[in-house]
Design a protein around this ligand. Structure first.
Ligand code: NAP
Ligand code: MG
Length: 402
């Protein structure tokens, strides 16, 4: 069989620990035999980030903007222990944070749904994708503890010195205060990324805030989404047969529980933080969540939602057998290859991504899986495979479909 040719390189961001091991196995066994893989390679492994003073992370994000599609392995975000472990020059910033800031994107997290791993919510049949706004609100708030009676006001001083004031509260005893903000630019980017992603993935988009209570702050989010929808996306949505739906956050939560799934739920920063953990645990496992960063002008960076699985890596280093789930990392590759295929008009490449996903899911549905899934599956007597054993089993399935 001739290998599938690519025209534009995929931006490949290699990473750390156990996921770096899986990365190589996935490439060697599941991709390189079938695809004449063209990548622009960036080594985001912690050692190389340190050697380049983290320049490699910045370069990789710029390459993602240039070429439009990237695939990223999980990476270590250094803390004090890692500085010592790797003898780092500095406690480098989170690579995901750096990449997000450069791509100005929104993160979409979606569960990989497979027979045998059933969501806790019985009627969820299709994935629910969560889009979290990643700027401002309570994450960039200023807070104060008030010791006794007094008057709290919001004061905005314009560049020309004009002050606008609003009373927050006349305290007659101790209490607490909080001031937070968001930016029109960031809210607009968030809205465009959501509409763009809904179109790309042909799914309905839900957005919810508490605008009845927060008549200026949350209402501005609602208005921005509506204005951008009406002026830029309405026609395209109608053509694609998808809808944009706004509701109150409490109404959304109630509806989600009764819905079938198969849509995108856009959330403000705090709601997204809380709800994404709820949705992902209800769907089964962090090792079955994909994550894609989408910039407002439609550039994509695909990755697994989990980290570098450090505990398994140390076992691996000791020569012990591991059973680490590679599904989300495989799906990061398929997501990126499919998108590259679509953008470059290479149908074979997009088809290959579909086949690899199908082979991965069939393997699990046939009862062959890693330990984390074996513990929660509804399939009787599953076969527990090692990290490598699972990838080999997927390859066997893939050979049948190819
Ligand atoms: P983690 O790597 O996601 O692992 C946490 C635990 O979840 C593991 O110990 C394992 O449980 C289970 N798990 C996660 N992924 C799994 C998989 N694919 N297969 C089987 N089990 C899996 O999170 P962490 O231990 O908090 O973080 C480790 C490193 O990853 C940190 O240095 C952190 O900075 C980094 N991190 C990176 C990203 C990213 O690059 N996007 C995201 C999060 C964390 P058991 O040990 O019980 O088997
Ligand atoms: Mg959280």
């Amino acid at each position: 069989m001739e290998k599938i040719k690519m025209t534009t390189p995929l931006v490949e961001m290699d990473g750390d620990e156990m996921t770096r091991i899986l990365w190589q196995m996935i490439k060697d066994d599941l991709i390189l035999p079938y695809v004449d893989l063209k990548t622009e390679y960036y080594d985001l492994g912690l050692k190389h980030r340190d050697e380049t003073n983290d320049q490699v992370t910045v370069d990789s994000a710029k390459a993602a903007l240039k070429y439009g599609v990237a695939v990223k392995c999980a990476t270590i975000t250094p803390n004090a222990a890692r500085v010592e472990e790797y003898g780092l020059k500095e406690m480098w910033k989170s690579p995901n944070g750096t990449i997000r800031a450069i791509m100005d994107g929104t993160v979409f997290r979606a569960p990989i749904v497979v027979k045998g791993i059933e969501p806790c919510v019985r009627n969820w049949k299709k994935p629910i994708t969560l889009a979290r706004h990643a700027y401002g609100d309570v994450y960039k708030a200023t807070e104060m503890k008030i010791d006794g009676p007094g008057k709290a006001e919001l004061v905005f001083t314009a560049e020309d010195g004009t002050e606008t004031r609003a009373l927050i509260h006349e305290f007659d005893g101790p209490g607490v205060l909080q001031g937070m903000h968001n930016l029109e630019k960031s809210m607009k980017s968030f809205a465009r990324s959501c509409f763009q992603f809904a179109l790309e993935s042909k799914q309905d988009l839900w957005f919810a805030t508490k605008d009845t209570i927060s008549k200026k702050y949350d209402h501005t989010f609602k208005d921005i989404f509506q204005e951008i929808y009406d002026s830029e996306y309405k026609n395209a949505f109608e053509k694609a047969g998808i809808t944009y739906f706004y509701t109150l956050i409490d109404d959304a939560v109630a509806r989600i529980m009764k819905a079938e799934g198969g849509f995108i739920w856009a959330c403000k920063n705090y709601d997204g933080d809380v709800m994404s953990d709820m949705v992902s645990s209800a769907f089964g496992s962090l090792a079955m969540m994909t994550s894609v960063l989408v910039s407002p002008d439609g550039k994509f960076e695909y990755e697994a939602a989990h980290g570098t699985v450090q505990r398994h890596y140390y076992k691996h280093l000791k020569g012990e057998e591991t059973s680490t789930n590679s599904v989300a990392t495989i799906f990061a590759w398929t997501g990126a290859l499919r998108k590259r295929g679509e953008l470059d008009g290479i149908q074979e490449l997009a088809d290959f991504a579909d086949k690899l996903e199908k082979a991965t899911l069939s393997t699990i549905e046939n009862g062959k899986m890693t330990k984390d899934l074996a513990l929660i599956t509804s399939i009787e007597n599953p076969t527990v495979l090692s990290s490598e054993g699972f990838i080999k089993a997927v390859k066997e399935e893939l050979e049948k479909i190819m």
